[in-house]
Design a protein around this ligand. Structure first.
Ligand SMILES: [Zn+2]
Length: 424
């Protein structure tokens, strides 16, 4: 028994480390900043309702939950090991078609529940578990050897929204390590059972070898890292979970923090009948790295990139390795105060990304890097040009609202000033 496995006897373990990230644009650490944030441009914190409710937990009483409460069920709570922190399962079974539950600390629940006031903008019915409706451009089908998958029912244009789902169960990441497994499972099961449609969660794939509990397995197999305010959580998006992995995907995820929704966009034009895929792991990895990262999901990838002839895989791996090396060298050069070298290397990276179909996923970050280098070189016009380019891609991809104006460019340049002021 491995050390990792032994440790998990006492807690649910760091589930988060094994999950697909919402932010996929990470080529190693692709950013030139020493913080190399996984976010290219930090998402803004959600607008908090000033009249946000007081924290509530199970001490409120045993009577029926007040009708003004955000929760439709009496919260169920457990203490962390050492009894220093309290975590509760909260449910609003009327939010969205499946209801909504969260396992978190009382203060987090109170601070962030204001998003419940935003109406869910559901483009498609979120719970058509067997087939798409006339309006939806996809359907769920049984794909031999791949379980249930999502297939396009018509041509979908690049950047078009394929699917819009919402976080149905959220779990504070720290809960998975701080509360003993036995108590933790109780809360996880309460969170699922109290939903309007528990089966939307319970029917999800379970392929994790470490999990010893059904809901834990579903979380480990299907959940995404999802920030709630600034507290890291993991979340289940039952419909998005039906989309299979592809190392060279045709779709990507866009997080809508104000409603905790996940939008699936088409990364390129998708033909009718084509399976929709998105990458569960960071883009730009070699075949060995990808296989290793995908191990927790318990499947061997059969995407076009992984099943290509051996010599093609070797050539792709070589290009990806070169990109990773260039990226590391660019970062080192920049941090060591050699901006001209960083400039040359970043240009090389940008020239090589299209060959591996990575310009879409990693281009914005590299253009920002280029802008940053020009900024420290004092070339303001060039810096602005590439900030516009980086932001323009994000607007095009549907991450940010456009258009990109003076103000948006200025925000990034001031961030450069703040981050690079000390170093340069
Ligand atoms: Zn693959």
């Amino acid at each position: 028994m491995s050390v990792q496995r032994a440790k998990q006897r006492h807690s649910l373990g760091l589930i988060a480390a094994l999950l697909p990230s919402l932010i996929q644009a990470t080529l190693g650490h692709g950013s030139l900043t020493q913080y190399s944030a996984s976010l290219q441009f930090p998402l803004e914190p959600p607008t908090l309702d000033v009249s946000c409710p007081l924290p509530v937990d199970d001490r409120v009483g045993n009577g029926p939950v007040a009708s003004t409460s955000l929760w439709t069920h009496q919260p169920k709570c457990e203490f962390s090991k050492g009894a220093t922190k309290k975590y509760c399962a909260y449910t609003n079974s009327q939010h969205g078609p499946r209801g909504w539950s969260i396992v978190t600390r009382p203060e987090t629940a109170a601070d962030s529940a204001s998003f419940l006031n935003y109406p869910l903008n559901m483009t498609w019915p979120a719970d058509n578990n067997t087939q798409g409706t006339a309006a939806a451009p996809y359907k769920l089908v049984d794909i031999p050897g791949r379980g249930i998958g999502v297939v396009a029912t018509r041509q979908i244009k690049q950047y078009e929204e394929v699917m819009l789902d919402y976080a149905t169960v959220l779990v504070d990441i720290m809960f998975t390590t701080e509360v003993s497994a036995f108590l933790g499972y109780r809360l996880l099961h309460a969170a699922v059972d109290q939903l309007a449609d528990p089966d939307s969660v319970l029917a999800l794939e379970q392929s994790n070898g470490y999990a010893r509990d059904k809901v834990e397995n579903i979380l480990r197999t299907n959940a995404f890292n999802t920030p709630l305010g600034d507290v890291p959580h993991i979340a289940l998006y039952p419909l998005v979970s039906r989309i299979n992995h592809g190392c060279n995907p045709n779709a990507y995820t866009r997080f809508r923090h104000e409603t905790l929704q996940l939008s699936i966009g088409a990364l390129r034009d998708i033909a009718e009948g084509e399976e929709i895929t998105h990458s569960y792991i960071p883009l730009g990895l070699t075949s060995v790295e990808r296989a290793q990262k995908l191990r927790p999901w318990g499947f061997t990838c059969t995407c076009s990139l992984c099943t290509a002839p051996t010599d093609e895989i070797a050539a792709s791996d070589a290009r990806r390795r070169e990109l990773q090396e260039l990226n590391g060298a660019a970062r080192s050069a920049f941090q060591a105060g050699r901006p001209y070298e960083a400039l040359r290397l970043t240009r090389q990276i940008l020239a090589r990304l299209p060959r591996e179909d990575l310009l879409f996923g990693l281009g914005s970050e590299q253009y920002e890097n280029l802008a940053r280098v020009y900024y420290v070189l004092g070339e303001k016009a060039e810096a602005e040009k590439y900030v516009r380019k980086a932001l323009g891609i994000r607007v095009e991809q549907g991450y940010d609202e456009g258009p990109v104006g003076e103000r948006e460019v200025e925000v990034v340049l001031s961030r450069f000033a703040e981050e690079e002021g000390v170093r340069y």
